[in-house]
Structures are given as structure tokens and as C-alpha cells.
Design a protein around this ligand. Structure first.
Ligand code: SF4
Ligand code: SF4
Length: 383
């Protein structure tokens, strides 16, 4: 089976019969789950970004996960479903997440192994040693089961971004700080995918998320399930579904530079969902790290670029009327750029690394991805 091959099946609801039929159409061109053998343990890495109900469109839907697990157990293998969202990687915390996201009620086997291991990956471009969730390393195979959403920092959250959930929640901010710009963070995500090498990646695009994603956007019916052996080919297809160019998804740009995925027109997509395109999908307006004064070197170049970046880069912006002063953003900010002033967060732009953790985890969606008007005029990327 070609690594740059994607299967896409239309699926308009999470009703059990439609899901079953869609999985048949989705997996047949990929040879089914032929890599799953009796006695194996298969880790199903879903997206459980936060304790949110399935209808919010932020998490992999439990009806799909239940169908996948049924197929894994049918061949005599054991499925284990899990994730490490932002927050403690503990049984107590995850029980709440499993319950809210509908995973407990779906009757799927849920991960209760919260060990963490140090890993070495000398082949990594930027991520050569890191801490990782043991349950994913102990499995015989990993299935990466993502959700199709907008993402403040990475433009899109789908297959490649989903494996960041292998990093335990409490230390994710440390990785944002270690890889503070778009390029290094995107390369780090690719390194994780290369390290873990999922046997299969699937994206739940039946209902995705548009707008202020990956947690506080709007649920949006898309109507497609897609799968591939390559998380990069799969994301390339997903980007085309929601109308994003490669330039709007840094992981795709860099994966191509690293020779991991060909241009979009060289990826073969089959199935009745291959032509699904959402013309008016509300993507986030992000911009790549900008070096405006590339000809200027030394201290002058540094100063000019710092000023230009501060004025023109995409950034989190507070909508004060929606903020309840809970201080969650202040606590989660890896750069310690947020202080509360008059019960509202104030962001020190000279310290902010634009990781969008505050936007992702604000429980009220009060922080938005903001792209300055001048940047919109000067650059064409990100939209
Ligand atoms: S997390 Fe959101 S609601 Fe809470 S203080 Fe920050 S901006 Fe306000
Ligand atoms: S203010 Fe927000 S975007 Fe900036 S570093 Fe802190 S969490 Fe990241």
C-alpha cells in the first residue's frame, strides 16, 4: 500500500448504522485492519483535548471510536483508548475527561496506564530527547484517531498535531517554551510522528470545528471520514477539505521540505468522500513567523525584526466582555507573559511566544486569534 494514499468516505452522522457502513468504505481501500493480529495490543490515540461534550466538535466522537474498537477486538486483539490533554496525566483527571467526552459511556477500553518514559530519538530534527506516555510505547501498534479542527498556532489540528497528546499534559507548556516559534514547534510535531510511526491515521471530519479552535470554535458539519498510513498525506487532504493551502499549515510545509509528503496533486485520494470540500469554512487567520528585514543583520536587524514581529504577527487578543477573570490563562502560559490587572489578563507582548495555549485553554473562549490588519495586507499566507 502506497504511503501517499488516502481513503475518504462520506459520513453525515454518528448513527451506529451509518458509522459502520462508512468504516467499511473507509478501510476497504486500505486493506482493512490487516496489520492488527490476534493477541496484539492496539493503542487508539484519540483527541480528548479537554473535558468537553462530543457535540462541541472538539474531540474524536465516541461512536466512531466504539466502531473502531469493535473491529480491533473482532480479530482477537486488545484495543486501548486514550490521550493526555492539558492538565494532570492522572486517573482522577482523566476519569472526568473520559466521562465528559462520552468515552466512558461508549464502553470502549480506556487507558489507565499513566506512566511516563524518557525517550531518545537521535534521528529527530529538533526533538532528540523527551518524555512520552508509556501506554503508547507499550502497544504493539498505534492508531492515530484525530479530529479535524482549526488551530491558533498550527492553522489546522488533524493527524500530525494529534500525536502531541503523547506528551503528558502538565509538561506540554515546557515543550511550547522549548520550541517557541512556528517552525521549531511544527518540526517538533513532525519528529513525534516520525518517532511514534502510527500504523494508521484516521481523521473524524464528520463534524469538525471552525473559528476559534481547537476548543472554543463552532462545531461544523463536514461529512467525511478520512484515513491513511501517512499522517502527512492525510493532513494534506484535510487541508484541501477546509480550504487551507499548504502555506496555512506549517507542519505540511515542513513535512514536504523534509521529503515526507509530496505535493498535494501527487497524493492519491480514493472513495466517495474524495471530493468533499467546504467552501466557506471559517479558518483561523494565522501568519508564519515573519522576517521582514532579511537583509539586515546584526543588532539593527534584530531590533527591526523584533518591532515588525510585535506589530504584525498573529497574536492572542482578549475580548474583555467574555472574560470571567478565572486566571486559567495566567496559570497555563509557558512564557509567564500574562499578569492579571483589574481581574483581566494582560499580555506582555515582549515575552509572549505566541503559542496560543491561553487561547486554547480559556474556558470561555475570551481569547481570540488576532491577525493585525497591516499583516493581512502585507502577507497572503494563512487564509
Ligand atoms: S482563561 Fe479566559 S476567562 Fe479566564 S482569565 Fe483568562 S481570558 Fe479570562
Ligand atoms: S500569552 Fe498566550 S500565546 Fe503568549 S506565551 Fe502566554 S500562553 Fe502563549
Amino acid at each position: 500500500m502506497d504511503y501517499n494514499f488516502v481513503s475518504a468516505a462520506k459520513c453525515s452522522s454518528y448513527e451506529a448504522d451509518e458509522v459502520k457502513d462508512a468504516f467499511d468504505r473507509l478501510l476497504a481501500p486500505l486493506g482493512g485492519l490487516s496489520f492488527v493480529k490476534p493477541g496484539m495490543t492496539v493503542a487508539v490515540k484519540v483527541n480528548l483535548v479537554a473535558a468537553m461534550k462530543p457535540e462541541r466538535g472538539a474531540t474524536t466522537h465516541p461512536a466512531l471510536v466504539a466502531e473502531l474498537c469493535r473491529r480491533i477486538t473482532e480479530v482477537g486483539a486488545t484495543a486501548v483508548v486514550g490521550d493526555s490533554p492539558g492538565g494532570p496525566f492522572t486517573g482522577i483527571y482523566l476519569s472526568g475527561v473520559y466521562s465528559s467526552t462520552g468515552m466512558s459511556a461508549a464502553g470502549v477500553p480506556l487507558n489507565r496506564d499513566f506512566d511516563v518514559e524518557r525517550c531518545d530519538f537521535p534521528e529527530g530534527e529538533v526533538m532528540k530527547d523527551f518524555s512520552f506516555s508509556s501506554w503508547l510505547l507499550r502497544a504493539d501498534a498505534v492508531i492515530n484517531f484525530a479530529k479535524l479542527k482549526t488551530h491558533g498556532m498550527m492553522g489546522m489540528s488533524a493527524a500530525v498535531k494529534n500525536l502531541f497528546g503523547g506528551i503528558p499534559g502538565t509538561i506540554k507548556p515546557e515543550y511550547h517554551y522549548r520550541f517557541p516559534n512556528t517552525k521549531s514547534f511544527a518540526n517538533m510535531l513532525i519528529d513525534i510522528d516520525e518517532f511514534l510511526r502510527p500504523a494508521l491515521s484516521i481523521v473524524d471530519g464528520v463534524v469538525g470545528m471552525e473559528g476559534n479552535g481547537p476548543t472554543m470554535g463552532k462545531a461544523r458539519e463536514i461529512g467525511v471520514l478520512a484515513a491513511s498510513r501517512s499522517p502527512y498525506a492525510l493532513d494534506s487532504f484535510c487541508a484541501s477539505v477546509v480550504g487551507l493551502s499548504e502555506a496555512g499549515v506549517p507542519t505540511l510545509q515542513l513535512a514536504r521540505e523534509r521529503g515526507l509528503v509530496p505535493p498535494v496533486d501527487m497524493i492519491e485520494v480514493v472513495g466517495d468522500g474524495a471530493d468533499v470540500r467546504i467552501g466557506n469554512f471559517e479558518n483561523v487567520e494565522r501568519s508564519n513567523d515573519i522576517e521582514f528585514f532579511v537583509g539586515l543583520v546584526g543588532i539593527k536587524g534584530k531590533v527591526f525584526n523584533k518591532i515588525a514581529r510585535a506589530a504584525l504577527s498573529t497574536r492572542p487578543k482578549l475580548k474583555g466582555s467574555e472574560c470571567v477573570g478565572c486566571r486559567k490563562c495566567e496559570g497555563i502560559c509557558p512564557a509567564k507573559a500574562i499578569t492579571m490587572k483589574g481581574k483581566k489578563p494582560h499580555i506582555d507582548r515582549s515575552v509572549c511566544i505566541r503559542c496560543f495555549c491561553c487561547q486554547e485553554f480559556c474556558p470561555k473562549g475570551a481569547l481570540k486569534v488576532h491577525r493585525p490588519v497591516v499583516a493581512k495586507i502585507l502577507t497572503k499566507s494563512g487564509k
